[in-house]
Design a protein around this ligand. Structure first.
Ligand code: DGT
Ligand code: CA
Ligand code: CA
Ligand code: ZN
Length: 579
């Protein structure tokens, strides 16, 4: 598993701290390098082991940054960053999560008022100290106060897209510990919830001590929160990681229990009770002969080693973790109606991507190469159209879109996949679509997305866009940004019925900051007969890999491959787009 995300995060922290100290230019360079490392298909840790020159192959990475990446990979820290952290001991992540507070503000408030944490910030704002600082006023102070509550609640949970690569690394690390017989992630991260409270990991072993020792020795660990005989918790890079250790005979039971969700487990337990069985984290027990219930392991143990065995003991097939949200999955399993969920390999292309024609970072050709590398059959280029919500000249005019169609056709001649000419048009507050009809007609794919007026009820607006004869896909339908804004309210049932009627697909935007639609909405949409498109909204080839998060979100919505537009073959896709 690549450590690009982690390295990018460090460089971003570097940039923030430099910016807080009013350093010019450098922060921009660090951010650019971070973004390129994050999106790089190459394993930057591997490059670092080959030396600085290899790291400099990544675009935007010069001598200074390359040497820091190598230093980090070799020693586990960057001295200059450690010094900056000591000089500015602020909780940058928490403070900058307050809307309107950037790294510069954090620096100023630290040097002027000693603000280090969100609590300090709130105290200072309430005491009226912030409005006294040069460059601030009563209005800024009030804004900060208003935004603290939201930031505080938002900061409790990490994005799946940040936590999951981290979880995968903990799991891989523990899997290499000789005493560990089985290792699995559990909890919300195994269910692929869009946000994660903590990273739960479970190990089956006959030598708990060895596993816990190895865990607390994990080089990534910053603080050990607790270390007992059967569980341990630590903090690393702002994540809390909870380890539980069980004997192999009880691994399946513990995995089932600690995967949750709580509601799923309650429904499962009730089903067991109806059968004179008891389900808990130690196994499934036949308690028909047991009176008192104070021993958790009382009764005849009929399952516990595997998760399949746990479900089987209560008369059910194994239920995929993404479905375990108590949305009817236990009844469906009992009836033999579990869908065969879509898998990442079923996806044959991406229908929402950007290039440097709008705000993407790469050429059409480079994006196409990224899609070829993923083994796709097709890729739609859907740069932003100009219109409401597009600032700074990002969006393309109708004339530019026409030029782009020619360029897409030309590149299509040279590449192994089918390139589709598309656009991401803006859905106005009234449901209008921001591109001329003749251009829309000439395009293969029209994605229409809301980018402005992202509050209140947006159902009518989306339905109006769906009724537009040229629209094929509704992009990120609610416009939500996780931990930042909730987006428009949508009656998914109504929107999905309209989408089904008009042959329009509803997107799962796989960008970890969005995951929009979410799993619950996908389930409603599919039941109403709609088709889903799992798109990445990639702005560079590397983030085509976000499809992973979209596919698992689709699975949370019970989607099978034939519910997903871009799991279909090119001919079938074209039929959908043409009709
Ligand atoms: P999170 O961490 O907030 O994203 O959500 P989870 O689901 O990972 O919750 P967490 O870490 O508190 O616990 C992991 C799993 O363990 C949870 O999904 C179900 C199970 N579990 C934990 N505490 C309880 C409990 O008190 N009752 C039941 N039935 N299950 C529990
Ligand atoms: Ca958890
Ligand atoms: Ca936990
Ligand atoms: Zn978009």
């Amino acid at each position: 598993m690549s450590r690009n995300e982690e390295i990018a995060g460090l460089l971003e922290e570097f940039a923030d701290l430099l910016e807080a100290q009013d350093v010019e230019y450098k922060p921009r360079a660090y951010r650019r390098a971070a973004e390129n490392i994050r999106g790089s298909p190459a394993d930057v840790e591997g490059l670092a082991m080959d030396g600085e020159a290899a790291v400099k192959d990544v675009e935007g990475v010069g001598d200074a940054i390359a040497s820091k990446v190598v230093e980090y990979v070799e020693t586990g820290e960057i001295e200059e960053l450690e010094e900056l952290r000591a000089e500015l001991p602020v909780d940058m992540g928490a403070l900058t999560s307050v809307e309107g507070v950037g790294p510069k503000t954090v620096g100023t408030l630290y040097y002027e008022l000693g603000v280090e944490t969100l609590e300090d910030l709130e105290t200072a704002a309430r005491a009226g100290e912030i409005q006294e600082v040069k460059g601030f006023g009563p209005k800024t102070e009030q804004n900060i106060l208003d935004n603290i509550a939201f930031a505080r609640q938002a900061h409790d949970r990490e994005l799946l897209g940040e936590a999951r690569p981290y979880g995968d690394r903990v799991r891989d690390y523990l899997a290499d510990v000789p005493a560990a017989e089985e290792v699995e992630l559990a909890g919300s991260i195994r269910r692929w919830r869009p946000t994660i409270g903590d990273v739960d990991v479970l190990v089956g072993t006959n030598d708990a001590e060895a596993v816990i020792d190895a865990f607390t020795d994990w080089p990534q660990a910053d603080t050990i929160i607790e270390a007992g005989t059967s569980k341990a918790s630590l903090r690393a890079d702002g994540f809390q990681v909870d380890l539980r250790v069980v004997v192999p005979e009880e691994f399946g039971a513990a995995l089932q229990y600690f995967t949750g969700s709580k509601d799923h487990n309650v429904t499962l337990r009730n089903r067991a009770i109806d059968r004179d069985l008891k389900v808990n984290e130690y196994g499934v027990f036949d308690v028909s002969e047991v009176d008192a219930d104070d021993d958790q392991r009382a009764g005849e143990r009929i399952a516990g080693e595997t998760e399949e065995g746990m479900y089987d003991a209560v008369g059910l097939p194994w239920i995929p973790p993404e479905m375990r949200e108590d949305r009817g999955e236990i009844d469906a399993a009992a009836a033999g109606d579990l869908p065969a969920l879509v898998e990442e390999d079923d996806v044959r292309g991406d229908l929402h991507t950007h290039t440097e024609w709008s705000d993407g970072q790469n050429t059409i050709r480079e994006m196409a190469a990224g899609a070829v590398e993923r083994g796709y059959d097709y890729l739609a280029v859907t740069d932003h159209a100009t219109g409401p919500g597009m600032v700074g000249g990002v969006g393309l005019s109708d004339a530019e879109l026409s030029d782009q169609i020619d360029e897409v056709r030309a590149v299509d001649e040279d590449v192994e996949i089918d390139l589709l000419a598309g656009v991401e048009a803006n859905i106005g507050a009234d449901g209008s679509v921001s591109v001329g009809d003749d251009v829309l007609e000439a395009l293969d794919v029209v994605v229409a997305s809301p980018h402005v007026s992202l509050d209140g009820d947006g159902t009518d607006r989306l339905v109006t866009a769906i009724e537009h004869p040229e629209v094929d896909v509704i992009g990120h339908p609610t416009g939500r940004l996780l931990n930042q804004r909730s987006g428009i309210d949508v009656d998914v049932q109504r929107v999905a019925e309209a989408a089904a009627d008009h042959g329009v697909a509803l997107e799962i935007n796989s960008d970890p900051r969005r995951l929009d639609l979410d799993g619950g909405a996908v389930k409603v949409a599919l039941e109403a007969g709609a088709t889903i498109a799992v798109d990445t909204d990639a702005h560079q080839p590397g983030t085509l890999s976000y499809v992973r998060y979209g596919v698992h979100t689709a699975r949370r919505g019970w989607a099978a491959a034939d519910d997903v537009l871009n799991a279909s073959e090119t001919a079938e896709l074209r039929d959908f787009l043409d009709s």
